[in-house]
Design a protein around this ligand. Structure first.
Ligand SMILES: C[S@@+](CC[C@H](N)C(=O)[O-])C[C@H]1O[C@@H](n2cnc3c(N)ncnc32)[C@H](O)[C@@H]1O
Length: 234
């Protein structure tokens, strides 16, 4: 099976780079291949494609459809804050935050806990993290762990601008990070459409036992093509 080619005659630069690497160093395990095609800093899907989270793109996630998903999550965040005894600081880490659409919808929904809410968008792709600044003015890291976050007056449930306060919807802070920090207290971790974006190993049961999918190259009509190959695990 040929993979990662936009057409039979025109492999992408990344496909060519991968194929050359495999020809030089040998086959790649599928998870390594999946990681590079999604997250290569220039040629990967999220960095170069620009076709995620758009109606004319490759797929559309629930937060991208409209603000309702974020409003529902905002209500859930208030419930978790209530259940925690309405602490004076409440930190939500959103892992795999994409360009910040869900966070923006949560802010728009003005949860009751907004005055004490710190929302940390954890996103490994730099091109996606840029959206956190554009949409939310997000700073890097949490207070005391990097820059100070951008604390925004958000609208109240009646739509008026408000100062910070746990019941008036104002003063939430919006931050971003490429990784989930392990040295800051986080109250809730949320993620939407993350797990299917983690690089996976692929095993196949064959007539002789378990095998693993790797990616190799083969000679095609127009040069090297990427092909699946099975590695016997016995
Ligand atoms: C399908 S998008 C979902 C974006 C957003 N949550 C939504 O529902 O629209 C998956 C996102 O997870 C990010 N991602 C994948 N692995 C990650 C990791 N280990 N840490 C942080 N972000 C990750 C990707 O860069 C991508 O932006």
């Amino acid at each position: 099976m040929a993979v990662d080619t936009p057409g039979p005659d025109t492999p992408t630069p990344l496909a060519t780079e991968i194929a050359t690497g495999i020809a030089t160093h040998g086959p790649m395990r599928f998870d390594a291949y999946m990681d590079v095609v999604l997250y290569h800093p220039t040629g990967g899907f999220y960095a170069a494609g620009g076709r995620a989270g758009a109606r004319a793109g490759d797929f559309l996630t629930s937060p991208e459809v409209g603000p309702l998903f974020g409003a529902v999550l905002a209500a859930a965040v208030d419930q978790w804050w209530d259940a925690a005894g309405q602490p004076s600081a409440f930190t939500v880490a959103e892992v795999g935050a994409g360009p910040g659409t869900l966070a923006a919808a949560v802010r728009l929904a003005a949860p009751r806990c907004a005055g004490v809410l710190q929302w940390l968008m954890v996103e490994r792709t730099a091109a996606q993290r840029a959206g956190h600044v554009d949409r939310l003015g997000a700073a890097t890291g949490l207070p005391g762990h990097g820059e100070h976050p951008h604390r925004t007056p958000t609208r109240t449930r009646t739509g008026a601008s408000a100062s910070a306060g746990p019941s008036d919807g104002g003063g939430s802070s919006w931050c971003r990070s490429p990784t989930l920090p392990d040295d800051v207290p986080i109250d809730v971790v949320v993620a939407n459409e993350l797990l299917d974006n983690l690089a996976v190993r692929v095993l196949e049961r064959t007539s002789t036992g378990w095998a693993e999918v790797w990616v190799d190259v083969s000679d095609g009509a127009h040069g090297l093509v990427l092909v699946e190959t099975l590695v016997d695990l016995r």
